[in-house]
Design a binder for this molecule. Sequence first.
Ligand code: C2E
Ligand code: CA
Ligand code: CA
Length: 278
Amino acid sequence: AKGAGKGQWRRYQAALHNQVLDRLELRAELDQAIVDRSFVLQYQPIVDLRTGAASGLEALVRWQHPTRGLLAPGRFIDVAEESGQIVPIGDWVIEQALADAAQWRGSGEDGPYVSINVSARQFSDPGFVDRALQRLAAAALPADRLVLEITETLLLRDDDQTRQDLARLRQAGIRVAIDDFGTGYSSLSYLRKVPADVLKIEKSFIDAVSTQPQQRALVEGILRLAHTLGLTVVAEGIEEEADRAALVAAGCRYGQGYLFCRPMNNPDVLTWLADAQV
Ligand code: C2E
Ligand code: CA
Ligand code: CA
């Protein structure tokens, strides 16, 4: 038994060692990717649940890795956050997404907004707000065509800098969304003081809306409070028609999910918009 324990320990150490090496390698490769700009954005429509018309599109980053193919953010975002590489990657995401969104605007028409994920590390980087405002001006996109998605943990942070930064963005007309609402530890009542405009309800709450009365009641409660507070609500990860119907019945106006559309490359967005908005 003692020998087996020792073997297990060695295997554990070897695995840990490999993990550390993997992360170091990933980090070095990410440095190169930042120089080469080997990232791409895919976009998933946020639709009006009653009509299917696009209201906005969420930008989702992927890494075009030289040997491993197209990597989802789950494979590299946490490493990039830990190393700070998320700052230059995020800057690129904002620049590219704004350029793409400017392209979606029909002549004279407002066009859909673009919703961009911003990690806490990126948001608290000095100069983040200045750079975002500069890029928005350079893209000549109206401020209300930009939404920044931020997690509730960051929104709840009780420091002056965060409060000031959020206020500056919102004063400029940029909307702030609470991403993954429901996954944090905060209570519903915190919504009363949260400096945000949009609330995105996390997928796990949405999955059972049509089948579990308790889940449905919870989502209805979130919707009622959010609407009272003037927040726009977006339901995430809708896969079933029954869930869409239940959400509409509960008063939820907007949503996104595979039921409507998977994330797609920018060239396909214009085609999708033309088809979906008639
Ligand atoms: P998120 O912000 O919650 O984005 C939603 C994720 O759910 C996306 O995964 C999307 O492809 C996926 N999804 C959408 N509809 C459905 C559905 O109906 N069913 C299921 N099963 N999944 C659905 P993705 O693209 O892999 O992104 C994962 C996470 O990576 C995002 O979660 C976000 O937190 C982060 N992320 C993505 N792009 C960026 C970025 O540019 N910057 C930062 N900082 N984080 C990003
Ligand atoms: Ca998001
Ligand atoms: Ca989310």
